[in-house]
Each structure stands twice: as C-alpha cells, then as structure tokens.
Design a protein around this ligand. Structure first.
Ligand SMILES: CC(C)(COP(=O)(O)OP(=O)(O)OC[C@H]1O[C@@H](n2cnc3c(N)ncnc32)[C@H](O)[C@@H]1OP(=O)(O)O)[C@@H](O)C(=O)NCCC(=O)NCCS
Length: 191
C-alpha cells in the first residue's frame, strides 16, 4: 500500500520503522482504547517485524501502513487493512485499524489517512465495503471515521477481546464520496 494525501504519505511498514512506531504504541493514552497495552520496545519491534512480514507475503492478505508527515518525513502513526475475523465478515469486505502519535491529535490527520485508505480499498482492492470499530467511549475515533465519510452501522457487545461495547462505522464503494485529493502510488499486488 502506498498513497499520498495532501499532508500525509502512507506506505508499507518496514522493519526499520520500529523506533518511530514505539513513540506511538508505547504511549498509554494511545493504547487506552486499542487492543494492546502500552507496548515495551521489544513488543513494538516484534509487532513491526510481523507487520513487515505480512506486507511481504504473497498472496497478500493485509496492507499495514506507516503514516508519514510529508512536511517533515516523520512517522506519526499507523493504519492497516485486512480481512475481518470470521465473526465479523457479515459486516463488510475488509476492516481496518489505526493510531496516531499523541502530539499529532486534533489536526484532522487521521480522517485524512482514513480517506486515503478508503480510496485505496475501493480503487485498487476493488472491494465493496470497508469498516472499522472503536470502543464506545472512544469518541475521538468515532469522529475521525465520521469526518472521513463513514457512517455508524451497528454496536457490538463486549467480548473476550474487547472489554467494552464498540461502535462499527462503514463506507460503501457505491455511496462513499471522496472529499480530498488522494494519489495512489502502489497498485494492487495480490490482496
Ligand atoms: C482517534 C484518533 C485516531 C483521532 O485522530 P485525529 O487525527 O486526532 O482526529 P481529528 O483531529 O479529526 O480529531 C477527532 C476528534 O478527536 C478529539 N480531539 C481533538 N483534539 C484532541 C486532543 N488533543 N486530545 C484528545 N482528543 C482530541 C475531538 O473530539 C475531535 O473531534 P472534532 O474535530 O469534532 O472536535 C487519535 O486520537 C488516536 O490515535 N487515538 C489513539 C488511538 C486510537 O484510539 N485509535 C483508534 C482505535 S479504534
């Protein structure tokens, strides 16, 4: 996966990204609503290596991206899309997750990254629908999805993996309207 939005470049996560990614995943406020606890450096390194391995796999089942601020070249977060777990497949074709470094919150950067991801999914992967879920209390995340043009579709009960109910937002290829310039650089390679 490789695309540009006005302020961001999103490209496949590589092994060398782990230190920058640790500034995101090691922060307890970032992980508060995520499916991980604040990561140790070793955990972030292992996670980044696993992402890079998924990105190299062919056939390809996931696109796990680093979010880079174009102005400075810094990695400020991650966003990744793949096939939903089996119990969620009735909701949509692909699902995604994301997180941004804390000092970058509140500037509309994640809605921009999400908009680019949806564009990539619809134009390159040619899927019909893409969804994501956020914990019910994570209003910032719900807002980010809504600002990217996604709509609330249902609530999911708490489960063993997620200890609080979550809200699911979805975008459909037929109805989603793109609100920004997105340039897709990497063409589809086998998802
Ligand atoms: C959720 C998240 C991705 C939002 O990204 P973002 O780029 O900050 O999104 P926006 O700038 O559009 O802000 C979205 C909302 O966040 C809230 N917000 C804004 N600035 C904030 C700040 N400094 N601190 C906390 N929340 C803030 C506001 O409610 C805002 O909505 P509004 O624009 O209608 O006021 C980001 O906060 C984040 O990475 N959080 C931690 C990881 C996470 O929760 N990931 C999602 C898991 S489902």
């Amino acid at each position: 996966m490789h695309y540009l939005t006005p302020r961001l470049e999103v490209r496949d996560i590589q092994d060398a990204d782990w230190e920058a990614m640790h500034r995101v995943r090691g922060d307890p406020l970032v992980s508060r609503y995520m499916d991980f606890k604040p990561a140790t450096a070793a955990e972030t390194r292992a996670w980044v290596e696993e992402c890079a391995e998924h990105n190299r796999a062919r056939p390809r089942f996931a696109h796990l991206g680093a979010i880079v601020l174009r102005q400075t070249g810094e990695i400020i977060g991650h966003i990744g899309v793949g096939h939903p777990d089996s119990h969620l497949r009735d909701i949509g074709d692909r699902d995604f997750g994301y997180a941004l470094r804390r000092d970058c919150w509140g500037r509309g950067l994640m809605p921009e990254a999400i908009g680019g991801l949806l564009c990539f999914c619809f134009r390159e992967l040619k899927v019909n629908s893409v969804f994501a879920q956020c914990a019910k209390g994570n209003t910032a995340s719900a807002r980010a999805m809504a600002k990217a043009g996604m709509v609330f579709v249902r609530e999911l009960q708490a489960s063993a993996e997620s200890h609080e109910p979550s809200r699911v937002y979805i975008a459909g290829a037929e109805t989603w309207e793109q609100g920004q310039d997105v340039i897709i650089i990497a063409k589809q390679d086998g998802l």
